[in-house]
Design a protein around this ligand. Sequence first.
Ligand code: ADP
Ligand code: MG
Length: 231
Amino acid sequence: MRTADAPAVIELRRCALTYPGPPPVTALAPCELAIGAGEFVTVVGPSGAGKSTLLNVLGLLDSPTSGHYLLDGIDTGALSDAQATALRGRRIGFVFQSFHLLPYRTASENVALALTYGGVPRKGRAELARHALRQVGLGNRMDALPTTLSGGERQRVAIARALVGRPSLLLCDEPTGNLDSATAESVLRLLEELHRDGMTVIVITHDAAVAARGQRTLTLRDGVMSEQARP
Ligand code: ADP
Ligand code: MG
């Protein structure tokens, strides 16, 4: 939960994104949002509602066209592209619906590759990758190629890759979208476990059952964000 004295990990102030078009599309209407360290927030809404746009803004992959986005108190609008890239690399881990693993690299190589530009020496990268894979329960499949792994195991590798740089924020776009329900459940349990260990987790989903797992749920509809109070 947010504490009054700690700055929010994420703060949006009148933040909006309109794609220029033509015709222009307001994928995210001006919104206010504060997410504190260690919160587990889900974002739900139908296809085209602006969920991925929001994630791209939060992940510094896209810039708002108006308003402000503060990440750990840093006004990201003032950053150069290089500074934004560096901040993203240090603080943010991404998990996507399709796992984006390199097929001819082992699980641990896929994870270690995420550290290539972080200044960690090669040997250290391999050790950190093995640690991250153990963290997601894949200590026994470190040297497996993605093609020999199940969908759930592949998503665990992708989560390990997101975690290996020790981010403070984990952004997940439909992380269970390609998984059967039993496998999806195990991935959700893993995300909940990371949350219990203190990670700030944001999960985008179009699935109401997945959304209900968050402490808070934001709803997007035609780019307009709302939040239902929890009982
Ligand atoms: P969701 O992830 O909820 O399905 P998106 O954030 O991908 O929704 O898209 C929100 C709206 O913005 C949609 O109307 C979509 O067509 C539009 N959109 C997404 N990306 C672009 C883009 N690069 N250029 C123009 N319009 C876009
Ligand atoms: Mg999307």
